[in-house]
Each structure stands twice: as C-alpha cells, then as structure tokens.
Design a protein around this ligand. Structure first.
Ligand SMILES: Nc1nc2c(ncn2[C@@H]2O[C@H](COP(=O)(O)OP(=O)(O)O)[C@@H](O)[C@H]2O)c(=O)[nH]1
Ligand SMILES: [Mg+2]
Length: 305
C-alpha cells in the first residue's frame, strides 16, 4: 500500500475553490513539504511533485489528480506512463464539440432513446462511450455536466438509487454517443444482465467504458464484481472518481490509491493507467474528461499520444 503523506496544511486545502493562481501556490507548497519530509524518498518526492507542476503549467486545463500527486510518494499513475496533458489548442478543439449550442443541427446533442435490452439498440456507426457504476455514484449527473451546454437535452438525475433502469443514449452531433447505464448495488434492476452485461459484451461500437467510483465511499463489493466482470469480458475501461467536491483530500487520496492498486493489481487487467477525478457539481476535472472523450472517439488528435 502506498504511503500517504499528510501534514497540518493539507486539511486547509479541503473545499478550496480551485483557480489557476491558487493551484500553482498549492503545488509549490506541496513541493516544499516533500523536500523537507524525511519519511519519504526525497528524490522520488521531488520528481513526482515537479512533474505535477510541469504538467499543470503546460496543460490547458486543471487536472485534480496532479494536485493529489503532490502529497504522496508513490506515483498514482505508474511512473512509466505519461499523464494525459492536452495543449490549449487541443482542449479548445475538444470543447468546441461540447459547447455548440447554436451550431448546425448536425452538431447538436440529442437524446436517442431508452432501451431495456441491449439487443434493441439502434444500429449506427458512431463510437460509443459507456458510463458504468453503482446506483447513485453520479453517472447521469456526469453526462448532464458533460452536455450542459446543450440545454435541449435533459438527463434524468435522482437522489433515489436505481433511478436509471434502461440504457439511455445521448448523441453528440455526428461525433459519438454517450451511454448512461443502470447502476448495480442497491435497487439494481432485474434487467441488468440483459441491458448492461449484454451491452458490454456485444457492442461493436463501444470504444471505452468509464467505471465511476465514488471518491468518498471508495471501492464497494459491487465495484469489485464490476471490475471482475470487465476483466472477464476483456472490456477496456477508465476509472473516473466522482463527487470530489464532497470529500476531504486525505480520504480521496486513500480511496484513490486503493482503487488503483486493485484495478492494476492483476496481470492482464484492462484498466487505463490514469484515473480521472471529477465533480459534476463544481465541474472540476470535467474539461479534461471532455478532452479525453474527444480523443478516444477520434475527434481530436493529441500530440505525442
Ligand atoms: N456533491 C455532489 N453530488 C453529486 C455529484 N454527482 C452526483 N451527485 C448527486 O448524487 C445523486 C445521484 O446522482 P445520479 O447522477 O442520479 O447517479 P446515478 O445513479 O449514478 O446516475 C444525486 O443526488 C446527485 O445530485 C457530484 O459531483 N457532487
Ligand atoms: Mg442514473
């Protein structure tokens, strides 16, 4: 298990509304802490923290993961893997896809439909990105946040777990489709196998599955089963940690490290090396995720990847 470094000042960061200037200051502070901390390997601490600074100052959008990296000696993303760091031009290009409200009809976001059975899905050639996770983890809220510029599209969000009982498809222009799925765990729908499992196993257009995990709750039994299922099906997935506005940095870090350890623990896993941290409420991390979606669906090219 990775060693989590905590300090008095660490708690002060909790709940701070992030802005560019403040982030630089926080990162700088984290570096100073690292270099003076005798319990972690100094060279490791310095290199991770300085890598965080470099990525953040050259990147066009904030990555909450890099803020957390400043507090732990073990790399959250494996040391030999590059962190997804798009340039300003690449982010702008990606955001154009998501922000077109008055664009042509071709570019508008539309609700395609709800399907209780994956075999009933319409046949299209667009790439699909699926959102998987336990009930109430924030799947629908995240899709709503990603498509927030398209006020014509309404994504149903609820406080009651098990609200989404069908595969709900949202298409963004002629670019890609986002697939909101029923959740597992409490109030799991009876058609879970016929909807979610069948979809994950059979969709030829599915280019990536986002596995949403609650930043405050951490891994649940249901998440373990879902990860085993993704491994078994050979489905490539990306961890997305949700509700980061609700949780203290130390709890978030602890949960994130155990998630990464579990997901990357076995040989032959299908988990992407980098987790994404988001809040649908404050929109932290959402721009980076939008750029990543544009990248994996082939809408934007990212240099060096
Ligand atoms: N504080 C906070 N609450 C969230 C966030 N995302 C979702 N929620 C709340 O969590 C509850 C469940 O969200 P929902 O999107 O319906 O979850 P789903 O069942 O996974 O689709 C709702 O009450 C949301 O308002 C977030 O980023 N921050
Ligand atoms: Mg939902």
């Amino acid at each position: 298990m990775a060693k989590v470094v905590t300090c008095r000042h660490f708690v002060k960061l909790k709940g701070i509304k992030i802005s560019w200037t403040r982030i630089s200051r926080e990162t700088h502070f984290a570096c100073q802490f690292f270099t003076s901390n005798k319990t972690c390997t100094a060279s490791q601490g310095i290199s991770f923290a300085s890598r965080g600074i470099k990525s953040r100052t050259t990147s066009a959008c904030v990555n909450p993961l890099l803020e957390l990296q400043g507090y732990v000696a073990t790399p959250i993303v494996p040391a030999d893997k590059a962190v997804f760091t798009p340039s300003q031009t690449e982010v702008t290009q990606a955001l154009k896809l998501f922000s077109l409200t008055t664009g042509t009809r071709r570019e508008a976001a539309t609700f395609v439909g709800s399907y209780a059975d994956a075999s009933q899905l319409p046949d299209t050639s667009l790439p699909e990105v699926a959102f998987l996770g336990r009930s109430n983890v924030g799947k629908s809220s995240l899709i709503q946040c990603l498509l927030r510029a398209h006020s014509n599209v309404h994504v149903s969000v609820s406080k009651t777990p098990g609200h989404t009982r069908t595969l709900n498809l949202y298409r963004l222009g002629q670019h890609f489709t986002l697939v909101d799925m029923p959740g597992y765990g409490y109030n799991m729908p009876l058609n879970f196998q016929q909807s979610v499992e069948l979809y994950l196993q059979s969709s030829r257009r599915l280019c990536r599955t986002f596995l949403l995990l609650d930043g405050q709750v951490g891994l649940t039994k249901g998440d373990h089963t879902a990860i085993q299922m993704l491994r078994e099906f050979g489905v490539p997935y990306v961890v997305v940690v949700t509700k980061i506005d609700k949780v203290g940095r130390h709890v978030l870090l602890r949960n994130l490290l155990s998630v990464m350890e579990y997901c990357h623990g076995e040989a032959g896993h299908t988990c992407f090396s980098q987790p994404f941290l988001v809040s649908s409420r404050t929109q932290d991390g959402v721009t980076l995720l939008q750029t990543f979606i544009a990248y994996i669906t082939g809408c934007v090219r990212i240099q060096g990847l």
